[in-house]
Design a protein around this ligand. Structure first.
Ligand code: ADP
Ligand code: ASP
Ligand code: MG
Length: 567
């Protein structure tokens, strides 16, 4: 079975709805279609809930919602289904009106307000899923429509609702038929005990699709959106961003956690745990295969994949002897559903970045939780730095790569962005940096240029990333020459793609390669006296090379102690 999810941008246009029909019927396999609300409808519903809570006039808003859905029906639902579709839509709109009319605005509590919001925002997916169900000819296809609240169940966990997997999995398995086309709304759910409407958080339809795919053991999960897949950066920020064809589950999780909005962060875990190949594809571009998220072969080579940013954020600096208290701090934030977008713990400071929206709540919680330590002066104070952004560069093993770090910080320096050392955090697969908010775009652009664009201009191999280390060396060589240094020789050990990488280095230095790479043995590559040569190495441990690969540059200035670039 396939599970395919369409975002608001896909269900929001007649063209998009036609593509949904095409994509769902591409194969004979049974398919579950998970849909978001029509684009911008969830935002309108949030405004509607606010207007309701504040006793403002809501009739025009509800009329506009109805008009938008009526238009979608006339534009995209086949004529013989239109009346049936409208007959289902109108009672849903009546329920929405009732929800608004019966809300008692006197003595509002936080809990009642939150329930009002949850009751109202679910209407986007309730309406869109009925329309998508009706775009299919019911005589030609076996179809089923499901109100997702009946099968996606949540339970209260501290202040949040989280999926109750034991109930949800059973309900999905019992209610989704192993044939035909099933259509359901994403994002919406209900409380396993109280049956009250809940939801999975903004952007949560992706998560619904992954939960369903995992429960039914889908052959694949496909998330359709308005871009070709995961790109090296958000295309709205970096025009030259390019498609990532394949990416590992864990790297994707990091990317999403650091704000790459293309997929809602919790989505990847169910797919990862059940090893479901997951594609991100463009609804409007059938010629593009998209990005495949899967279990990549473990590989040590540092490989930057993408840059992402979260802004505006506030950096909370907890000063004092925080060692031993960090678990408390992070558990507290997690239990309150406050995501953190940067974390660094040194002996005398812990730094955490939270969205500006969550900052006040985070500070209040921290002050309460750490009260005794503030009184005893173990914690001296908690300081907030505002108007900042977190930029994260994600990729296999890049946290420990000197090359990647050098490229990033050189690039930032070139555009006069100096990063305080304390505002850098290195993970295994991530490097995150906190910068002033106004630096976000220039920082992303310059890092993108350094990591992905300059590389591309000379990369002749299928994947630019595979030759990454070479291009860092080339940048270094360029800079050395520009600074008046004279290159004497370069020698390198590449555990993979040796011939391609050697060719790139030779090409840059304008030299010919004198011999071919000997087979089945360890080799180094050396450029000296205007020629490149491969040479057999007996034992890597007796050389200056690192087993992940190293490039050594000898120059007039670096004669005895060569510049050492570990890949
Ligand atoms: P949908 O309505 O389909 O769920 P979203 O708006 O949630 O779509 O996500 C798609 C958007 O994510 C794209 O239009 C793009 O601007 C943005 N985006 C952010 N980071 C990336 C990235 N690294 N690669 C691709 N798209 C990205
Ligand atoms: N409609 C919801 C939102 O806009 C869920 C989604 O689109 O995934 O957040
Ligand atoms: Mg989305």
């Amino acid at each position: 079975m396939r599970v395919i999810k369409f975002g608001g941008t896909s269900v929001g246009t007649p063209d998009g709805l036609n593509h949904i029909k095409r994509i769902a019927t591409l194969t004979q396999e049974p398919v579950v279609i998970v849909v978001s609300a029509l684009s911008k409808i969830t935002d309108t519903l949030i405004e509607l809930a606010d207007a309701t809570a504040n006793s403002r006039d809501t009739s025009k808003m509800i009329d506009a919602i109805l008009t938008r859905h009526r238009k979608a029906i006339t534009d995209s639902v086949p004529e013989n289904n239109q009346q049936n579709c409208l007959d289902k839509i109108l009672p849903i709109i009546e329920n929405l009106k009732r929800e608004v009319a019966t809300y008692n605005t006197t003595s509002p509590t936080q809990e009642r307000l939150s329930q009002l919001h949850q009751n109202i925002v679910c209407y986007g997916e309730l309406l869109s899923s009925v329309i998508v169900h009706n775009i299919f000819d019911h005589n030609a296809f076996t179809t089923k429509h499901i109100d997702s609240r009946e099968i996606i169940k949540t339970s209260k966990y501290f202040d949040r609702h989280i999926i109750n997997f034991s109930q949800t999995n059973k309900l999905i398995q019992n209610n989704i038929p192993n044939q035909g086309i099933t259509v359901m709304g994403g994002f919406i759910s209900s409380d396993a005990e109280t049956k009250q409407t809940t939801n999975l958080g903004r952007g949560g339809s992706d998560y619904t699709a992954a939960i369903v795919a995992a429960a039914i053991g889908a052959s694949q999960l496909e998330i359709y959106t308005d871009v070709d897949g995961f790109l090296t950066a958000d295309p709205r920020v970096v025009e030259k961003s390019t498609l990532i064809e394949k990416i590992d589950y864990c790297e994707t999780m990091e990317l999403c956690n650091f704000g790459a909005k293309v997929v809602y962060a919790p989505t990847i875990l169910p797919a990862y745990l059940n090893n479901i190949p997951t594609y991100i594809r463009n609804t409007y571009n059938p010629n593009c295969n998209g990005t495949l998220i899967h279990n990549c072969d473990p590989c040590d080579t540092p490989t930057p994949q993408s840059i992402t940013a979260v802004a505006p954020i506030s950096l909370i600096e907890i000063k004092g002897r925080t060692t031993g208290l960090n678990y408390k701090i992070f558990r507290l934030l997690a239990s309150k559903g406050i995501e953190n977008y940067f974390a660094r713990g040194d002996e005398h400071t812990t730094l955490i970045a939270v969205t500006e929206k969550n900052c006040q709540a985070a500070i209040a919680q921290l002050n309460t939780e750490l009260q005794e330590h503030l009184t005893s002066q173990r914690i001296q104070n908690i300081v907030v730095h505002k108007n900042l952004a977190t930029i994260a560069i994600i990729g296999n093993n890049i946290g420990s790569s000197n090359c990647v770090q050098a490229a990033i910080f050189d690039a930032l320096k070139n555009v006069n962005i100096n990063v305080n050392r304390k505002r850098i955090s290195l993970g295994v697969n991530s490097i995150s940096i906190v910068v002033p908010i106004e630096c976000t775009r220039p920082a992303i652009s310059t890092i993108h240029q350094a990591l992905f664009e300059s590389e591309k201009s000379c990369a002749k191999t299928p994947s630019a990333n595979e030759t990454f280390g070479c291009h860092i060396a080339i940048e270094v060589l360029r800079k050395m020459v520009a600074a008046g240094d004279v290159i004497r020789s370069v020698s390198a050990y590449f555990p993979e793609k040796t011939e391609q990488r050697a060719a790139i280095l030779a090409n840059h230095l304008g030299v010919e390669i004198d011999n071919t790479q000997p087979d089945n043995c360890l080799v180094e590559f050396e450029i000296t006296d205007g020629v490149g040569r491969f040479r057999v190495i007996e034992d890597i441990t007796t050389t200056p090379y690192d087993s992940n690969g190293t490039i050594l540059i000898y120059s007039a200035r670096y004669r005895e102690y060569p510049l050492h670039i570990n890949l």
